[in-house]
Design a protein around this ligand. Structure first.
Ligand code: PLP
Length: 357
């Protein structure tokens, strides 16, 4: 076995509510740990799933034809440039499978989505870590400088999980000029729909048929379908072709396909989600200010807050039925990452934090 595989600490998902309640003998807990949509899925997605249930004995469309074409039309690109995945995590893994092996490396920012480094370790490739700037933003100039002739992947999260920070157009455009041609730039935009900043670069606008940009999006966040596992990549046709060679034949479930087809145009659901998120974020920031807890301004649906001892506060909040995410595994032992919930959930969190502190 590769030594890098033996050394992996598996991804620790947020605790399921049922497990926590069983362990602690409590009820009515709230989960603000996995950046899910607190409003749930679109009612249109639920309706489509119900209608599709009697067909569950059939394999799904292995080509995700209708869904892929719908997404292509939304982005005004050829359907041959869309790759559907079992969540965007699957696509991250497949990219590593395709492009990394011992002797090659991926450039990864410190304090970024942990799957980048787990997948890299699984391949036996080397992770070259680059610190964030002092305000917790990707240092794209330093990431470009870290690339060498053995670099095959550069992982960028915009917004980044867990910091919620973004890089802006000037830094991104400079980065594109500097990165070696051979390196695949993975622009992971799982939280794209939440961003309001006018200088935020939509990486799809920079696909020029030359540069190796792979844009990742997901239906797990604003679309509220994390349980169904559907994500996609927009990329050059040759990269999509490679991804299709190595995926399993039925990687996107039938329910996932119909739910996304029915739910992705539900503008009312998205509008409500954005409104709840913006109001919740404002409330949490105000409360953290009042409590003297430093936080990072976030462009996503979660917020990173410095509580001095993340693990201890996490444990104490758990006992009060509030599930958040300690950030020790991300090299941020003082911090918690808290997903923005509904108004009552956010209030419950703040009350619990006040008692715990
Ligand atoms: C930055 C980032 N990328 C990708 C993902 C994975 O999303 P999916 O549910 O599509 O696998 C997440 C999930 O938390 C994330 O935060």
């Amino acid at each position: 076995m590769l030594p890098s595989v033996a050394a992996i600490h598996p991804y620790e998902p947020g605790k399921p509510i049922e497990e926590l309640e069983r362990e602690l003998g409590i009820a009515d807990s709230v989960k603000l740990a996995s950046n899910e949509n607190p409003l749930g899925p679109s009612p249109k997605a639920i309706e489509a799933i119900k209608l599709a249930l009697p067909e569950l004995h059939r394999y799904p469309d292995g080509d995700s034809f209708t869904l892929r074409h719908k997404i292509a039309a939304r982005h005004q690109v050829s359907p041959d440039r869309i790759f559907m995945g079992d969540g965007s995590c699957e696509i991250l893994n497949l990219l590593v499978y395709l492009f990394l092996r011992p002797g090659l490396n991926a450039v990864i920012a410190d304090h970024s989505f942990v799957i980048y480094q787990l997948a890299t370790a699984a391949s036996g490739g080397t992770a070259k870590f680059v610190p964030l700037t002092s305000d917790y933003v990707f240092d794209l100039d330093a990431m470009a400088r870290a690339c060498d002739q053995h670099t095959r992947l550069v992982f960028l999260g915009n917004p980044n999980n867990p910091t919620g920070t973004i890089y802006r157009r000037p830094a991104w455009e400079r980065f594109l000029q500097q990165v070696p041609e051979k390196a695949v730039i993975v622009a992971d935009e799982a939280y794209f729909e939440f961003v309001r900043d006018p200088e935020y670069p939509d990486s799809i606008a920079y696909h020029d048929g030359q540069r190796l940009i792979v844009t990742l999006r997901t239906f797990s966040k604003i679309f509220g379908l994390a349980g169904l596992r559907v994500g996609y990549a927009v990329a050059r046709e040759d990269i999509v072709e490679l991804l299709n060679k190595v995926r399993q034949p039925f990687n996107v479930t039938s329910l996932g396909q119909v739910a996304v087809i029915a739910g992705m145009d539900d503008g009312e659901h998205i509008r409500r989600t954005l409104e709840v998120n913006a109001r919740g974020m404002e409330y949490l920031e105000g409360e953290f200010r009042r409590l003297g807890l430093p936080w990072l301004p976030s462009h996503a649906n979660f917020i990173l807050v410095d509580v001095r001892d993340g693990r201890a506060v996490y444990d104490a909040l758990l006992r009060k039925g509030v599930i958040v995410r300690p950030m020790g595994g991300y090299g941020l032992p003082r911090h918690l990452r808290i997903s923005v919930g509904t108004e009552p959930e956010n209030r419950r969190l703040i009350e619990a934090i006040e008692q715990v502190l």
